[in-house]
Design a protein around this ligand. Sequence first.
Ligand code: NDP
Length: 284
Amino acid sequence: MGAQILDGKAISAEIREEVRKEVGKLKAEKGLTPGLAVVLVGEDPASKIYVNNKAKTSRELGFHSELHLLDAATPHAALMELIGRLARDPGIHGILVQSPMPGQIDEGAVLLAVPPEKDVDGFHPINAGRLANGQSALVPCTPLGCLEMLKRTGLDPKGLHAVVVGRSHLVGKPVAQLLLSLHCTVTICHSRTKDLGSITRQGDVLVAAVGKPRMITADMVKPGAVVIDVGINRGADGKLVGDVDFAPVAEKASWITPVPGGVGPMTIAMLMKNTLQAAKASLG
Ligand code: NDP
């Protein structure tokens, strides 16, 4: 294998430690404890694991942590009332409402009800617009994690050709905007892109955010590229696989993120960083 591995577990542990220290400093110097409220409506088993991990990590880092587990039949109005209360609570700096939500909940309305300054998921249109305008914003956690991994290669991103496969609001678009802010030349590909391989082969940096197991094969990768695999797919054998055909691509790339243990663990670390950023911003 030629590529160096970008170890998401190790990098996210470093980031969490940095956040823990900063939280201690913020408490000691400003008397401020960052607060994160995580809300789940329903019983989805995967979502339960996610929200528990988020609440547990925030406690470990010294945050004030609230976990609101609501019944699957919770009416939309009751959820909105809770979000309104959290929005007004000065001890809460970040609000995260876990998706997917049950059918009676209007997810669009929930997204708008979280104030942009507490929107630690970075999904509010104000934050999306600020990112698109190149202004400071709370940025979605997974794209931030991708950028953090690129930074850890030590490469100067200026002028590199970054190819992003996927254009979702959650991952592809914000990743592309962040890469642009680092002065990469950015190409975004999607399901209608013609001759995908001819474009991905130009990428000094290649980000795959598609959701199709091992679709990025070695012949689609430029020798020496940095390959960041956001995809999380369940293979036929039940194991997790990324969007990148890892072993052959690792022979060709200079750096690569594994799945699992790559971008995945970064997401929660960046959520903690976003909550810290929101708490600091609340000081004015
Ligand atoms: P979406 O389904 O919202 O978007 C997928 C994107 O891939 C779309 O833009 C789609 O194009 C594009 N696409 C689909 N098929 C092809 C193709 N054959 N060639 C080129 N592009 C294609 O997914 P997300 O962005 O939400 O997630 C992407 C992956 O990342 C998933 O595997 C998801 O599980 C994972 N993920 C991982 C996270 C983590 O923490 N590591 C967090 C979030 C997501 P079009 O727009 O034309 O339909």
